[in-house]
Write a protein that binds this ligand. Structure first.
Ligand code: PRX
Length: 582
């Protein structure tokens, strides 16, 4: 039985008042004028910030809550500072199409430099501050970035791989500098606040994010300037942002959510945003909701589950009366979390669905439609979502299959950086195949079932098993590794590794900890295996490929099916024994 929340009693200002009617008649051309054009051209950064200066220059765009201090920036100030940064880049010879990467914690310089890069017409690449040297190298090498903006702490990781990055010409450092490094503060002081913003075409490249697939290194997903149209309209319709809202997107811009809904979408709607530099902490989070009188909050299921774990008494200590709309994305939002939201905030949490590749929200629970607990919601007007079989043929309601979207839409990725084969592999018969399995019900609500591949989602972060396996086999004790996502009540999934040790090494708790640290430092703080099983061998096909699917079935205790085609079926019993002992 489907559990439905009708929101008549709640004071949510309805957007998309009549969803069904709007869905039927909507054409993208209708919202073209929501953003500002230079004739047939547009620039996403100009739309996010500069166009508001005349009427709303003194409005606060950013409240920044740092670890030890706070700052605030008006739209005028953001416009001026990002102009300055664009001048800094221009002086360094950066031109349209060049890649400029940002490797910073969530400090104002991250947001300013992102906008400045877009103003020059260069492509902005963002990276989590949690990345280790390997993660940084993969991204900077593949993109051929010319400039990296980082800080005096994080740069240490960059120097470990600096000489493997011949295309990286300049390091701009926030904080103390040495040798040939360029000081962010000094350059910004000198730079002019006037800048002639590049009049980019709608399809000119604006930003890129590296994201994981099942095989190989992370891929560079590139987005165009016109993605702002979709980010603007979804910030309005799904996040329900209105002029007097104070909005908090908890996502880091190393993740596409932090770019599309932490920078472009909300600012394009002239919204005051809050950015918190620190990590998750239940008390701190509630105190931010109270202090800034947050009215709209965009977060993720793991964070909600962590707040649930902190107890129902804690939120009662805070004045959360300004909160009126909560949204969540990135992994399945369990009905339990929505019920909890109703109990604690007297508000339902609105799940929505999208991907790095889609550049913006595509399926959502809108403020104006009832929520079916556990469903991702309904397609955005202008978006046709269907379920198809592996041949690309549409399946009827109730049937599980591949979630597919009719291509294109304004914020659809335009390229997998220098990898047309990978890009083309996403499309079948005009459908963009998402890689997710889902079904739709009779009311056109979509329900997430799982991934069609081995991608791991841990605390909302997307992690490719191959990257973790590669980092693991670089450890001197490890011969081979198989990595999967193991269901976890808090994080959705955790990274679980099965490793085979070289013959001089013995499994031990110490070695396990050492391996975890090794991956954490090398790859990324969030991508290390939280659980490791030492096994004698891994299940392999006759061509030598590790069969991750079987490892997953083993930890889930599911039927394995026919294993006779494996090169080493005898390993299965041994792995079972290891798992039983753990
Ligand atoms: O598997 C789906 C899951 O996250 C994937 C996209 O990951 P990423 O590119 O990191 O996301 C960026 C912006 C959200 C999807 O293929 N996912 C996303 N939203 C949901 C979800 N799974 C279930 N429910 C959701 N609402």
């Amino acid at each position: 039985m489907q559990e439905i929340i009708k929101k008549k009693s709640l004071k949510i200002e309805p957007n998309l008042k009549n969803y069904d009617e709007m869905y039927k008649k909507f054409k993208w051309g209708e919202v073209k004028d929501e953003i500002e054009w230079f004739d047939t051209k547009l620039n996403a950064a100009y739309n996010a910030v500069d166009r508001h200066v005349k009427k709303h220059g003194n409005k606060i765009a950013l409240y920044w809550e740092g670890e030890n201090k706070t700052e605030k920036y008006t739209f005028s100030k953001l416009s001026e500072l990002s102009n300055k940064f664009a001048n800094v880049l221009t002086r360094l010879g950066i031109k349209k199409g060049d890649r400029v990467f940002i490797f910073l914690p969530r400090i104002p310089a991250l947001y300013i430099s992102f906008l400045g890069i877009l103003k020059t017409g260069a492509i902005a690449g963002t990276m989590f501050a949690a990345f280790g040297p390997q993660g940084i190298k993969d991204r900077l090498q593949d993109s051929g970035a010319k400039v990296l903006i980082t800080d005096s702490e994080l740069k240490k990781r960059v120097y470990e791989i600096r000489n493997e990055l011949p295309k990286l010409k300049h390091l701009i450092i926030v904080g103390e500098t040495e040798k040939e490094e360029i000081s962010y503060e000094e350059e910004m002081k000198k730079a002019s606040p006037e800048f002639e913003i590049e009049k980019t075409s709608p399809k000119d490249y604006a930003f890129m994010l590296y994201t994981s697939g099942t095989t190989g290194k992370p891929k560079g997903v590139v987005h165009v300037h016109q993605s702002i149209i979709q980010e603007h309209i979804t910030a309005k319709w799904v996040l329900d942002l209105h002029e007097d809202d104070i909005y908090w997107c908890t996502a880091d811009p190393g993740w596409v959510t932090g770019v599309a809904y932490g920078i472009l979408g909300p600012w394009s709607n002239t919204i005051t945003s809050v950015v918190f530099e620190g990590r998750f902490d239940a008390e701190k989070w509630y105190s931010i909701l109270e202090k800034y009188k947050i009215s709209v909050w965009y977060t993720a299921p793991t964070a909600i589950r962590m707040l649930m774990a902190a107890g129902d008494e804690l939120p009662k200590k805070y004045d959360l009366s300004n909160l009126r709309h909560i949204c969540s994305v990135g992994e399945p939002l369990n009905p339990e979390a929505i019920r909890w939201g109703m109990k604690v905030f007297n508000l339902p949490i609105h799940d929505n669905w999208w991907q790095t590749e889609t550049g913006g929200i595509l399926i959502a629970n809108y403020p104006s439609i009832p929520i079916k607990l556990g469903s991702m919601g309904k397609p955005l007007p202008g978006i046709k979502a269907v379920i198809v079989n592996n041949q690309g043929n549409e399946l009827p309601e109730g049937k599980e299959g591949n979630l597919a979207i009719k291509s294109p839409w304004p914020s659809m990725m335009c390229e997998i950086w220098k990898n047309p084969k990978k890009y083309n592999s996403y499309f079948k018969k005009n459908w963009y195949i998402t890689g997710d399995l889902a079904f739709k019900d009779k009311d056109d609500y979509f329900w997430f079932v799982g991934r069609a591949d081995d991608i791991i989602k841990t605390a909302g972060e997307r992690i490719g098993p191959f990257e973790v396996e590669s980092a693991l086999v670089d450890h001197p004790a490890i011969v081979e590794a198989g990595v999967i996502g193991k269901p976890d009540p808090m994080r959705g999934e955790i990274v679980k590794a099965f490793v085979v040790l070289k013959k001089d090494y013995k499994p031990s708790k110490e070695l396990e900890e050492e391996i975890k640290e090794f991956v954490k430092k090398r790859l990324a703080g969030h991508a290390y295996p939280r659980e490791i099983s030492f096994v004698e061998s891994l299940p392999k096909t006759r061509s030598g490929k590790v069969v991750r699917r079987l490892l997953k079935k083993l930890i889930l205790g599911e039927e394995l099916g026919d294993i006779s085609t494996l090169a080493n079926p005898e390993c299965i019993e041994k792995i079972k024994q290891v798992l039983q002992k753990q």
